[in-house]
Write a protein that binds this ligand. Sequence first.
Ligand SMILES: *[C@@H]1O[C@H](CO)[C@@H](O)[C@H](O)[C@H]1NC(C)=O
Ligand SMILES: *[C@@H]1O[C@H](CO)[C@@H](O)[C@H](O)[C@H]1NC(C)=O
Ligand SMILES: *[C@@H]1O[C@H](CO)[C@@H](O)[C@H](O)[C@H]1NC(C)=O
Ligand SMILES: *[C@@H]1O[C@H](CO)[C@@H](O)[C@H](O)[C@H]1NC(C)=O
Ligand SMILES: *[C@@H]1O[C@H](CO)[C@@H](O)[C@H](O)[C@H]1NC(C)=O
Ligand SMILES: *[C@@H]1O[C@H](CO)[C@@H](O)[C@H](O)[C@H]1NC(C)=O
Length: 467
Amino acid sequence: MPSTLFSLLFLFLFPFSTLSHLFSPPDNYLVNCGSAAPTTLVDYRPFAGDLAGNRSPFSPSPRAVSLRNDNPLPDSPSIYHTARVFTSPARYSFPVTDKGTHIVRLHFHPFNSSTLDLGRAQFHVLLNGHVVLSNFTRLVSGSRNPRIVEYLIWIDADSLVLVFVPNRDSKLAFVNAIEVISAPKDLVPDTAQYLSPSNVEKFEGFNKQVLEVVYRVTVGGVKVTPFNDSLWRTWIPDDRFLKTSVGSEKLYFGGRIKYHVGGASREVGPDNVYNSARLIKSKNDSVPSVNMTWVFPVVGGYKYLVRLHFCDIASISLGLLYFNVYVNGYLAYEDLDLSYITKSLASPFYADFVVDGGDVDSIGALSVDVGPSQRSIPHAIDGILNAVEVMKLNNSFNSLDGDVCADFVMKSWSTGNNTSMLFTLLAAVCIVLSLSIVIRRKLLVSRESVSWSRLPVNSSDDSVVKN
Ligand SMILES: *[C@@H]1O[C@H](CO)[C@@H](O)[C@H](O)[C@H]1NC(C)=O
Ligand SMILES: *[C@@H]1O[C@H](CO)[C@@H](O)[C@H](O)[C@H]1NC(C)=O
Ligand SMILES: *[C@@H]1O[C@H](CO)[C@@H](O)[C@H](O)[C@H]1NC(C)=O
Ligand SMILES: *[C@@H]1O[C@H](CO)[C@@H](O)[C@H](O)[C@H]1NC(C)=O
Ligand SMILES: *[C@@H]1O[C@H](CO)[C@@H](O)[C@H](O)[C@H]1NC(C)=O
Ligand SMILES: *[C@@H]1O[C@H](CO)[C@@H](O)[C@H](O)[C@H]1NC(C)=O
């Protein structure tokens, strides 16, 4: 087949490091919120400003302003130097051309301007009718690291809509940057295995759940940044989740990772993730009797997806590695034989398990154990793990953050703002207006400042009177 020949040729001609960014998503919106100007990150991705004219996904809301950090940390990426600030519910709408799973990332890095401390913001975020954040407040101005949340959501509709709803006490919401990206078709499967106390069941319709990435961990390696990931993800090292390192060792593999059809693709996990691992090794005539155990704290009341990534980068030949895998103490795989599945060494494979995260309102923990099985062989590798992802599934309220539904969130805004709040609101509007004037003066491009000038008009005849 010519296309196969072509891809072979392609693989041959290009060093594999350049292949890591070959995935080109049909929908790919990268928004630098609160800015008129585009900016480019170290991973070379361009983020467009959300002030730009007609094609902006942002529908200007009367009380939304843009805010600039006058004293950004010297090494902080430029998307965190501005924020879009909301004092009433506001929405971004992204046209969807490619139905299916989408990746949504929201970036929050609060800062203190002369007039507003974004650290005091408290708000809810809705994603196509799902509550993804409620009373979101775990943010501190001036902290070094931004807070990035990531969701995977199946989109059947023509658009993906994000709604920011300030909470009635703080009346303040913000966002620094938004990413909306079509996911590769193999990223979220339609079925997964559900490990329950009694048995293993099939979880149908898995790809229709909304997922929140809770942990994305590369085992035995160093942090992988968006620059080195095929889907611009971040993978953190596993050390803080590993219960004890006794009996296990880290391994780095300098060879080539052999992706194959039916296994993990490079979009499921990049080379930089599969080329490191932690393993159990038998050095003499006996197979060690130990497990490698990782523990992931989670919020109770939800189901979680545990995705385990394996790639035998350690064995000296096929057919020598057999081990057991436990998730939450349940035997997920007995005598897992990667050679049989992948037919080659250094070839990645992943497995998805859904488990319960404990009682509502409790702090639960998910555990992953990897250890030798009955078939493990002395003088060989007797257990390996390359990466773990933990994702939270929406609950029956269609929420990822509490037992609240989207209607309740919207009502909490409208009922919370009665006439007794008018003066507070007027004060807020005044701040907003004066800010907008300051910001308007700073705008360089005239086209954007035209669309912005509608703001004072809207505020006086719409928002204030209605409330
Ligand atoms: C932000 O500024 C306010 C007033 O200037 C101050 O009270 C507050 O502590 C500042 N917050 C941070 C986190 O710097
Ligand atoms: C990308 O990965 C290489 C090693 O594979 C590493 O040397 C480099 O620092 C990484 N770059 C970034 C920006 O993380
Ligand atoms: C094999 O080595 C382990 C330590 O690595 C030791 O505890 C064990 O007794 C040894 N077994 C034999 C049969 O020598
Ligand atoms: C490994 O973990 C599993 C599940 O928690 C447990 O049943 C098994 O006994 C452990 N094996 C060892 C050697 O600790
Ligand atoms: C997640 O939400 C969907 C509706 O969008 C619902 O059908 C599904 O049951 C929810 N998942 C869970 C685990 O409750
Ligand atoms: C937010 O918190 C307030 C007070 O703690 C509570 O009354 C309200 O119901 C919460 N709203 C949501 C959507 O969780």
